[in-house]
Design a binder for this molecule. Sequence first.
Ligand SMILES: Nc1ncnc2c1ncn2[C@@H]1O[C@H](COP(=O)(O)OP(=O)(O)OP(=O)(O)O)[C@@H](O)[C@H]1O
Ligand SMILES: [Mg+2]
Length: 272
Amino acid sequence: MGKSAVSAALAFQQASLGRRTLLVELGERSFFQEMFQLPKVDYEPTYLKENLDVSIWKSEKCIREYVLHYLPIKKLYQLFFENRVMRTFINAAPAIAELAILGKATSGVRKIGPPMDYDVIVIDCFSTGHFLALLRAPKGFSETIKSGPFGEQTAAITRTMLDESTTAYVLVSTAETLPSVETRELFETLRSEFGLHPLVICNRLLHPPQDAIENEQSSFQKYLKFILERQEKYEKTLRELSPQLVELPLVLDSTGGRDLAHQLSEKLKDQN
Ligand SMILES: Nc1ncnc2c1ncn2[C@@H]1O[C@H](COP(=O)(O)OP(=O)(O)OP(=O)(O)O)[C@@H](O)[C@H]1O
Ligand SMILES: [Mg+2]
């Protein structure tokens, strides 16, 4: 669908406006390292271009940083988190990882933890399932642990991530059957479960030159016409969902990842 490419384009766009931007990917393996031909992408930010750094937040690193905030004594951390039993527990309770990721993502706004010297953080979430798990994690925690510093932190994380003046959600779709259905479902879940109003981007739109479809004769022209009609149909369903639908073209002439992100960011700028 292009979640990562569009995340990169959003980050390029923010950086070009002069905002200190951090592009973050979640997961264990870096996609941006390859996309941007960087020697390494790690937990500590790597310079990508003016005003823009890139980082990968692996769960374990986030948990470590998050828990150290509560257990400032390193020895205690080692006792709890670097032994096998505790590791098994963490693996069995992935919500801890989700909470730690959100704790880090919101720490700048909440002015807590290690300094986050950025105006904007763009996070590339890798799947719908994981994204929902991320959003649901603090709720689960705050229902279990209501008081004490941990309970207060969790409530503050929830407030920050649901505050649409500081946090924006962007759904990336294409004008095709399954992605548009998935986008509609996610859009509605975000609205009903969290009261959120995500922005929807329709990526990889095909805009062939008019003369390529005129005088429809060849089977290729007929095929192209069919593709365009289908595209129009699903674009319309996405627009019904979100009238401010943002459109991004399928870029056919990019010279690499940076150029693709740059070209898409220019298109984002055109649409504000
Ligand atoms: N608008 C576009 N024009 C041209 N190529 C694109 C566009 N958007 C994405 N791509 C390319 O399509 C491929 C898939 O995109 P991307 O990796 O961003 O998708 P994703 O949703 O992040 O995938 P995954 O689910 O694997 O994380 C990549 O090679 C990317 O460079
Ligand atoms: Mg991706």
